[in-house]
Write a protein that binds this ligand. Structure first.
Ligand SMILES: C[S@@+](CC[C@H](N)C(=O)[O-])C[C@H]1O[C@@H](n2cnc3c(N)ncnc32)[C@H](O)[C@@H]1O
Length: 208
């Protein structure tokens, strides 16, 4: 689902980049124990701030950011070709931004070592299919980490966002075959930080 003009204004703002950098990315992207040289996916990459932060925290061979909105894809490519001051020194030559619907990705099965997203699922009515599709494109043992809003149905009605509760996300992850490693909810804001693994590598994942 494409964002409205007001939402795009916010997503393109330095304030959004600041919140991602200072509060969300450190929580999603640290202590993942990922091997160096992996191929990483960011779903719903917006203007590409997350793709840079993936490179800041992880040693990736390649980072692919996908977004369904060609307007955001163009913004991301512009953003990455004129890096803001905070991103100077962060690798960006290995980032590719593509226009794709995350519920129907063109990548083959088992293509990525890790997948991430920030504040995306409430924009996608078929969000559970995004989780299933992410499972498909991850390698066995692949890491899935994200931050999402847990919106009340009242908010959804007013703003046209999709609402889901913790139990809905847990059910979709488990139905797809993910083993949930952690599911934390923020203390003050209706947000969750989730880590899961695609089962299948030496049975080294525990059900959460
Ligand atoms: C609220 S923005 C978040 C952008 C960025 N992750 C951030 O945190 O700043 C949600 C993004 O998801 C994208 N999006 C919505 N539906 C999508 C879909 N089906 N597939 C891929 N991207 C989608 C939107 O175009 C938008 O860029």
């Amino acid at each position: 689902m494409k964002m409205n003009r007001l939402e795009k204004l916010f997503i393109r703002s330095p304030l959004r980049a600041f919140v991602l950098r200072k509060f969300e990315a450190p929580r999603v992207l640290t202590n993942l124990n990922l091997a160096s040289g992996g191929v990483c996916l960011e779903v719903g990459c917006g203007i590409g701030v997350g793709t840079l932060l993936i490179n800041k925290y992880l040693d990736c061979e390649r980072v692919v950011g996908v977004d369904v909105d060609p307007d955001m894809v163009a913004s991301a490519r512009r953003y990455l070709s004129h890096l803001p001051g905070w991103a100077k020194g962060i690798r960006h030559d290995n980032i590719e931004i593509v226009s794709e619907d995350a519920s129907r990705l063109s990548f083959p099965d088992g293509h990525f070592d890790a997948a991430f997203h920030f504040a995306v699922l409430d924009h996608i009515p078929e969000w559970a299919e995004v989780i299933a599709e992410t499972y498909r494109v991850l390698k066995p043992g692949g890491t899935y980490a994200f931050e999402e809003f847990l919106l009340s149905p009242g908010f959804q009605g007013r703003w046209g966002h999709v609402s889901f509760a913790e139990r809905d996300i847990r059910a979709a992850l488990e139905k797809s075959g993910f083993a949930i490693e952690s599911f934390e909810t923020a203390r003050r804001l209706p947000r969750c930080f989730v880590r899961a693994k695609k089962k299948g590598l030496n049975n080294d994942v525990r059900a959460g």
